[in-house]
Design a protein. Sequence first.
Length: 232
Amino acid sequence: MAHSPPATPGGLTVWDAHLVFDGPSNTNTDDIFATLGVDDSGSPGQHGNVYSVFADNRNTIKGTAVFDIWFTHSSDKGTSWATPVKVNTDAGTHFFPWIAAGSTGRVDFIWLGTPDFNPSDAALSPWTVTFAQTTSGTSGTPKFNQTTVSNVMHVGGICTSGIFLLRHRGQPRLGDSISISIDRSGSAALAWTDQGNVLNGPTRITYGCVTAQQSALVGANQSQSCKGPAGP
């Protein structure tokens, strides 16, 4: 990741780059989406913690590379990072993680997962959307609660090469649009592309709002969960 000091009018911004994770030689780095989030320290002028999440095949089961969701944090503006820990508790293949951070140590996650270790069109591999949360993100051993928040929203393989494989044999692929944000109540607002349980079916955008977990914002008014912004 790269970090810059506060910009000055008319001045040049100097960026410093820091290594988040250096995997072994068998690490597969072509599965896109490593993402960052920064929490709110709650103290004016005090920087927050930085979090990173990524999919990686750090584990192998019976000779098959297994893609899990990995999480790490930095408390010094990205200069040094904790040893990554696995987020997902289920087995299978996990791609496209995204995060949003709230109050100190509180981080919400979204990703796509299938129980298949080698997902493919031929297997009609079923994919669903998973939400997870930690309230101990700054710990060396954070705890995660996860839940499935969708029905089957895609079957088959998933392209992890961005715009280069959005179409396959003339058929539209799922694409990689997935996002999470925290609303004013501290609940998680989710959005993802959705093709249902039909191979190469029509694509739509699905929205979900999670209220079952703790608020990501300490002291927030949870009665405002999943509602639009306040009016003028």
